[in-house]
Design a protein around this ligand. Structure first.
Ligand SMILES: Nc1ncnc2c1ncn2[C@@H]1O[C@H](COP(=O)(O)OP(=O)(O)OP(=O)(O)O)[C@@H](O)[C@H]1O
Ligand SMILES: [Mg+2]
Length: 368
């Protein structure tokens, strides 16, 4: 899959701009605050219908405009051309057209185009709360199959409703509350066990790939381990929910289940979240993204567009070089505010200033 063109209208700081991307490496350069991350965000939005910055949709619409539009021209490996148009309203409503046909279910777009983004915020994958790591797993699973996305949404819905019930119970486990909980927990257990299984399978598949990517980037034979072993999975969610019921009612919240899971990561023998250096965390976060990218490519047969937003400024010279030398095959967009290192070899350099493209330079041999 190749994204040939991206067009932005009233998206963030862009009034109207067109980006022609190369099948290989396209560099987008510009000083701070010119719109580099905004393009990366637009590309990712097409693949997830969400802002990777977790911004509310209103923030995506240019100040003063009513709605934002992102258009993409995509060519699939079999030669099929697909045009995508996503319209984002301030209030959050999103309309999607594929080949000028309105999609009845917006989320059906998720399988049409795949994008992996790495941004400096990804440090949170290592350093941040468990939710960041769950998000990585669930987003990757959604990229692998639409049913995973539907299942995760179903889980959110169940947990929300169950929590409302628990709050209403005000700490008292009456027969009526127990009856309602029985109904919810049956659904919760089915969906929860499936999600636990999918996450565990994904983590097992990612583990060796993360380790390989990390070792290539760090240039050291560091062992990397990923541990996804939530205690509730030992007995299955139904048993764990029954055991936690009194506690759940007392606290007025669902204390057990996939919505509370974490993914532990170790570098050598040490837990990365509490022990790794900044540079090690960056490398690990990048390795996690690259691993997800490879697993998606291998499983779906479609290599996502890889967007590296401002990664080069975050890594030391050796690690930059290692990253650029080991870029996965497929289409890559690299944004940077600084100079591109000679090993970057972009096929095209796009220069942006204040939400406008001011230069587009095709580089025949990657020498700029
Ligand atoms: N909804 C919006 N309407 C208008 N301008 C916006 C909107 N959202 C963000 N901006 C502006 O877009 C500009 C560019 O943001 P962006 O994050 O893309 O910069 P960048 O090129 O990635 O910079 P840096 O190198 O600092 O990361 C910012 O100055 C921001 O104020
Ligand atoms: Mg930026």
């Amino acid at each position: 899959m190749i994204v040939e063109q991206i067009q932005l209208v009233d998206f963030r700081n862009y009034t109207s701009a067109t980006f022609d991307l190369m099948p290989g490496v396209t560099a987008i350069v510009g000083r701070n605050a010119q719109g580099k991350t905004n393009v990366a965000e637009a590309m990712a939005f097409l693949a997830t219908l969400d802002s990777f910055r977790r911004s509310p949709t209103a923030a995506l619409v240019r100040e003063g405009a009513e709605f934002a539009t992102i258009r993409a021209a995509v060519r699939h490996a079999d030669g099929r051309e697909v045009s995508i148009e996503v319209q984002i309203q301030r209030q959050g409503r999103v309309n999607v057209q594929v080949n000028r046909q309105r999609l009845a279910r917006t989320r059906d777009l998720l399988g049409v185009l795949r994008v992996t983004v790495f941004s400096p915020d990804d440090l949170e994958l290592v350093k941040g709360a468990p939710g960041e790591r769950r998000h990585l797993l669930d987003e990757t699973l959604a990229s692998l199959a639409l049913k995973n996305d539907a299942r995760r949404r179903e889980l959110d819905r169940i947990v929300k409703q169950r929590n409302t019930l628990l709050r209403q119970a005000a700490g008292r486990l009456t027969d009526e509350v127990a009856f309602s909980l029985d109904v919810w927990d049956q659904k919760f257990a089915v969906v929860g066990d499936q999600i636990g299984h999918e996450r565990a399978t994904l983590v097992a598949g990612m583990q060796p790939v993360v380790e390989e990517a990390y070792q290539q980037l760090a240039g050291a034979p560091t062992a990397v381990s990923l541990v996804y072993e939530p205690p509730w999975r030992r007995s299955g969610l139904a048993v764990a929910l029954a055991a936690a019921r009194t506690d759940d009612v007392r606290r007025g919240a669902s204390t057990v289940g996939p919505h509370r899971d974490d993914l532990e990561m170790h570098l050598g023998a040490l837990p990365a979240r509490t022990h790794a250096s900044q540079g090690e965390m960056r490398c690990l976060a990048l390795s996690l993204r690259l691993a997800a990218h490879r697993v998606i490519s291998q499983t779906t047969g479609m290599t996502p567009l890889l967007v590296l937003d401002d990664v080069l400024s975050e890594l030391d010279a050796e690690r930059c070089e290692a990253l650029l030398n080991h870029l996965p095959g497929g289409q890559v967009v690299i944004t940077t505010a600084g100079n591109l290192p000679p090993v970057a070899h972009p096929d095209r350099v796009l220069r942006i200033e204040a939400g406008s493209m001011v230069a587009s330079v095709a580089t025949e041999d990657g020498d700029r």
